[in-house]
Design a protein around this ligand. Structure first.
Ligand code: DX5
Ligand code: ZN
Length: 252
């Protein structure tokens, strides 16, 4: 049987007090701390392309929209990177469940491994060709590999990875468009959860986005056992109560 893992998303925490926020969540009963890693330019070529474009456009305002499109952000937001994981690791032994919303996850294996990440979940959309190497490198750095997919990506795209000799140990089904906390849960994503659960009874399946007491039953009955929850936990008057409700839904 798969174990419930309740993972508050630290994206909704007070970043200025990250260590205290992490302690608070662990005291309230969290199993994992979900760390949303979103960074900007992941390779010098992209930066070069951006510089070329910004010099090409005379009007900086018209250039702005275009630059945004070609800047290779995986999501339209910036959060934290390896230095923050490293600082937090000095304060806690907790499982740091890192969700990489980056264009080139391979670039972050080494720094995150050194920083003390526990799980390294990359997006299948960002690892079309090199996922085998990526998974091996993640494991060689002592981290647990996971694969995530955006709402628009069919579940079939993760099957070749799960069927490989060296498979990821978790599938993360996004239940909102990645990038921001506080969005509305997409129940239609539960078909993906059901499909993976049918094929892999003992795999960790994580759901991320819009989860809280009113949506968790849909996810847990579809077969999800790892529940990420940001705004529903951090925004609650009694976060411990929410965490225990989420856990109960998975256990029942
Ligand atoms: C969104 C992130 C989520 C987010 C979830 O891109 O991956 O982890 O923090 O936040 P809520 O639970 O508020 O939807
Ligand atoms: Zn996330």
């Amino acid at each position: 049987m798969v174990k419930p893992k309740i993972a508050p998303s630290m994206l909704s925490s007070d970043f200025a007090n990250l260590a205290a926020e992490a302690d608070r969540m662990l005291r309230y009963g969290a199993d994992w701390l979900h760390m949303d890693i979103m960074v900007t330019f992941s390779s010098p070529e992209y930066l070069h392309l951006l510089i070329l474009c910004s010099t090409y456009f005379e009007n900086p305002m018209s250039a702005k929209g275009y630059m945004y499109d070609i800047s290779y952000h995986f999501v339209p937001n910036l959060t934290i990177g390896a230095p923050v994981i490293e600082s937090l690791r000095k304060h806690t032994a907790a499982y740091l469940d890192c969700h990489l919303m980056v264009t080139n996850p391979l670039d972050y294996v080494e720094p995150l491994g050194k920083a003390g990440a526990s799980g390294f979940t990359f997006h299948v959309e960002a690892a079309k060709e090199n996922w085998q190497e990526l998974i091996q490198r993640i494991k060689s750095k002592g981290m647990r590999p996971g694969v995530a997919l955006k709402p628009g990506t069919p579940i079939e795209e993760v099957y070749p990875l799960l069927e490989a000799k060296d498979p990821p140990e978790m599938v993360l089904v996004m239940t909102v468009q990645p990038g921001f906390g506080g969005q509305k849960f997409m129940p239609e994503m539960m078909d993906k959860v059901r499909a993976v659960r049918n094929k892999y009874p003992s795999l960790d399946i994580e759901v991320d986005g819009g989860l809280g007491p009113s949506t968790v039953d849909l996810a847990s009955s579809a077969g999800a056992n790892c529940i990420v929850a940001g705004s529903s936990v951090f925004g609650a008057s009694y976060p411990a109560q929410v965490i225990s409700q989420l856990r109960k839904s998975v256990q029942d």
